[in-house]
Design a binder for this molecule. Sequence first.
Ligand code: AMP
Length: 535
Amino acid sequence: MKSHNIALACTLEQCQQGRADKTAMRWVDLHGNRTDYSFADLEAHSNRFANALTSLGVAPGEVVFTFLPKMPEQFFSFLGTLKLQAICGTLFSNFGEDALLDRLGDSKAVGIVTRKSLYKKLARVRERLPDLRLVILVDGDDDPAQGVVSYTRIMAEASAEFQVADTTPDTPSVLHYTSGSTGKPKGVLHRHGSLASQQATARDVLGLKDDDLYWCTADQGWVTGTSYGIIGPWSLGITQLHYGGGYDAQAWMDLIAREKVTVWYSAPTALRMLMREEEQVFTSADLSTLRRIYSVGEPLNPEVIQWSRRVLDHDIYDTWFQTETGAIMITNRPGIEVRPGSMGKPFTGIEPAILDDAGTPLPDGEQGSLCVKAGWPSMFVTYLNNESAYQSKFKNGWYYTGDTARRDPDGYYWFMGRSDDVINTAGHLISPFEVESALLEIEEVAESGVIGAPDELLFEKVVAFVQLHERYQPDRDLEIKIRLHVSNRASSIATPQEIVFCDSIPKNKSGKIMRRVLKARYLGEDPGDTSTLEI
Ligand code: AMP
């Protein structure tokens, strides 16, 4: 029987196809130091991790998270967890303690791989996570009093041989939490069968070939970081560059030139930041090996494409997908003319539609709900512990993405916005509800309403309307306190860019915050129908 295990496809199967000595990961740390890991290394490290988890009592089907910045251990743990058929969740390293508590608690995670500096945040909420019995520190020693074990020790003691049990396409695989506009974040669960979509799109959209050096800048906390920073490319035996540093235009261009990157997958905010740099940054680096540039996560402005054509001598191919879709659904790619501002056309086998509120297809040119015909291989299998929310996303065989879009007569799709209040800041989906909840924990805050407002760099910025209890006055110190609190509780990305102090927060008669009214107020626009507004 053929195993459908994602991690096997990325490791052992590559070795069996003659790539044991081929570099799977070129790891470049913050200081520019380079370490190469072959596919045989990936195989051995992930086997060791699977054995270590087994000996520590983790069973298939249980949830283990990684809570790490980009570093080699992130990849070994992810693959090892999947080999064991445990579910691997990934967390952004900028998450605060409430964000951790929500995700680890909801999923009843039994284990987490992290590092000392990040463990401090987890330690503050660990008592409230009764299922979390295993904390593995990549840079720490065993410390029974703290309840932590050393990654180095468990890996050294584990065998490099691991027999992966038969894995079916329906075996659960990866877990990512995504934000909605109401309620807590939802755990989007995927299955090993998603590999079919991730591999096909890595081959036919990203166009990855055996001799490519591919760089995906996405963090592994995000679906792009797992689908296209791990699964798709390695399942094709491609060498991936992973870089431990953050945004730095000169360092990035030097990296592309030095490592001879051929295919680069990034995001609009980073590309817009690059566009603001001196052109000399790009002309002084030898970028001649670069064959293709791709983008995902937010709308890609036409100006960025024009800039790239002029300065980098390349088109940028915008791709559209979501945590829930697991793989690219609508996309630009070579062979199809790029229409700047459009997300492109559906990938082979994907059938999108623009539907009105009654579920009727709209004529070309009209804006409606962007839907996808259910049943593609990487479609999520549920929202963990929230099957009703999952079911509510499907109607008459269509999956409702939550985005609005239009199609032009030539079949190109154009992103228009979200049909909910979710904020997309620099590609990160932020729940206004999560930020509002964090704000309400602050003593001085009586009410709050959070919206996304247009931003030239980030696409959207987080704007918090805050009503204080009567005895308090707004000042600079309070603003700082509010920002710090949201950063520590939710994440640094969710921290409001702007705080507007106000006398009241508009709510409807059932007490729901009317963010639409706040947004109109912020933008100086007509708030529309306010008949349900409670004054
Ligand atoms: P996430 O699930 O965090 O990956 O976010 C998915 C959402 O990001 C989509 O529903 C869109 O709202 C937005 N998004 C992703 N890719 C694009 C794109 N190419 N153009 C416009 N919006 C995008």
